[in-house]
Design a protein around this ligand. Structure first.
Ligand code: MN
Length: 502
């Protein structure tokens, strides 16, 4: 896996069109020709990162059942877009929709943007019936409880293309999560509650599998690392980062940089050969590792791996899912922890971790430094030190409530720290949570959100809301519109709703 690799390669979204035989073959030919034009427009749009493939004009119960069966069985198909060009009596959709296991988008569009006032006749009216055909489809999907995204508007509008594009990224990421493998090096750290959870429930809900390993499994991979590869990687470090003098070629601590490179190569080999796209470690169980992996973990995150510190497999899996979703978008995405507060000027949060913040969010070229670590009982670890870019971002937490999952999202604004923080030896980002410090922090704590999060400047709440919707889990968002009383009421009403649907 590498940051250059497009995770959506090979994925397809199937475009199907609902109609019926009432209008005769000529109309169906026209429906087909119009649909091909719509699909071409969507597929060629730069917003849609997943290929959109025209699949079929569906006019009978059997055709719909067959197409949906094929979509369910296809590893390439990550979602279905359905458009009702004409009226499509929806009883014929019941059998197909009842087995649908892929995410659905109902595109409520119509072929022509404007009514041709001079020419319009009943033939035109019979051909262009999306306005009521889409309502029939909406009715059956609603009463069957089919999860779907509804996009309304002419298919050439940039807002419509953007909405389809966002959904395509989310369903591509869901497909990646369904086959994701997470490796845990060591177990949970120090009896922490929030980093634990039920891996069986998580696999049932999200599909990802979590595998536990002893550290000897990893250190065995380090032994196979060749010195020439270590030297090549150290060269890459010197090109990509501002490496401090003591770590550089002639420096008195250069051996520590080589050790970090050896750990990175060993971890990469382990993860690649096992097909893992996310992982955890813990400073409490490092086996024969000479350093807590700082720089190696930071670079693996930058290449698209999900990571959770201290055994936090939920955050690791969520992070990989969001790395896929945001692939190619500006802003980066990192593992994060709310570390310490500044109560001045309305309050802000300094986010950081012991070492493991992803350099994709860095404002400037990261510095590569070595400093002591007070915990972990190993040699000083090498790490990248930088400040996160100012601008809008999200903090996202996946909470295991014991009997269901909750996605918790806070919109924040990252700001430049007032001063330099010269003695802080780790990467950091300072933010102001929305709507304000007191409301956001109170709401987060009332919702049981973790201190570990995925920090996502590259995404907006729209992505997370669609993700939760498509997965059938709760999404609580703390943003500029949040009031504490309404948020607490949402928690109560959601509790009833999710008890009734599960
Ligand atoms: Mn932590």
């Amino acid at each position: 896996m590498h940051s250059d690799k497009n995770p959506f390669t090979g994925q397809e979204i199937w475009f199907v069109v609902g109609s019926q035989h009432l209008y005769g073959d000529e109309v169906l030919k026209q429906v087909r020709s119009d649909a091909l034009k719509v699909v071409d427009h969507l597929d060629l749009s730069s917003e849609c990162i997943v290929r959109i493939i025209f699949k079929a004009i569906l006019t009978s119960s059997q055709e719909i059942l067959n197409t949906i069966s094929q979509a369910n069985a296809s590893p390439q198909c990550v979602g279905i877009i359905a458009w009702m060009h004409t009226f499509s009596p929806a009883k014929m959709w019941i059998n197909g929709l009842s087995i649908l296991s892929k995410p659905l988008l109902h595109l409520h569009t119509q072929f022509h943007r404007e009514i041709p006032w001079e020419e319009i006749d009943m033939d035109y009216m019979n051909l262009h019936q999306s306005a009521h055909g889409g309502r029939e489809f909406g009715h059956i999907t609603t009463i069957m409880g089919v999860k779907r995204k509804v996009v309304v508007g002419h298919y050439t509008e940039s807002r419509v293309l953007r909405e389809i594009g966002v959904w395509s990224r989310v369903v591509g990421a869901i497909a990646a999560m369904r086959t994701m493998k997470v490796a845990r090096f060591g177990d949970n750290m120090r009896s922490v509650a929030v980093t634990e959870g039920n891996k069986v429930s998580a696999q049932r809900q999200f599909g990802f599998e979590v595998y536990g390993y002893g550290l000897q499994d990893l250190t065995a991979c380090l032994e196979g690392v060749e010195d020439s590869n270590v030297i090549r990687l150290v060269d890459e470090y010197q090109e990509q980062y501002q490496v401090t003098k003591d770590l550089a070629w002639e420096g008195n601590r250069h051996h520590a940089l080589k050790e970090a490179a050896r750990i990175e190569l060993g971890m990469r080999f382990f993860l690649e050969s096992g097909g893992f796209s996310a992982f955890t470690d813990t400073f409490e169980n490092l086996g024969d590792l000479k350093q807590l992996p700082g720089l190696p973990v930071q670079r693996l995150m930058a290449d698209g791996y999900g990571f959770g510190a201290e055994g936090d497999w939920k955050t690791a899996a969520l992070m990989r899912c969001l790395k896929v979703m945001s692939w190619g978008l500006p802003g980066g995405l990192s593992f994060m922890e709310d570390y310490t507060y500044d109560f001045n000027q309305g309050g802000s949060v300094l986010g950081a971790h012991m070492l493991e913040i992803c350099p994709s969010i860095a404002e400037d070229k990261p510095r590569c430094e070595i400093h002591p670590l007070g915990i972990g009982n190993r040699s000083d670890p090498v790490r990248l030190v930088f400040t996160g870019t100012a601008g809008p971002a999200l903090n996202v937490s996946l909470v295991d409530l014991g009997y269901r999952f909750r996605l918790l999202v806070n919109e924040v604004d990252a700001i430049a720290p007032e001063q330099d923080l010269p003695k802080l030896p780790v990467a950091r980002v300072l933010w102001k949570p929305k709507p304000d410090f007191k409301t956001a922090v109170s709401a987060w704590i009332l919702a049981g959100g973790a201190h570990h999060t995925v920090y996502a400047p590259s995404l907006t709440q729209e992505y997370l809301e669609i993700l939760a919707d498509m997965m059938g889990i709760e999404c609580l968002t703390i943003n500029a519109d949040t009031t504490l009383s309404r948020f607490q009421q949402d928690i109560r009403t959601n509790e009833v709703y999710f008890k009734s649907v599960h």
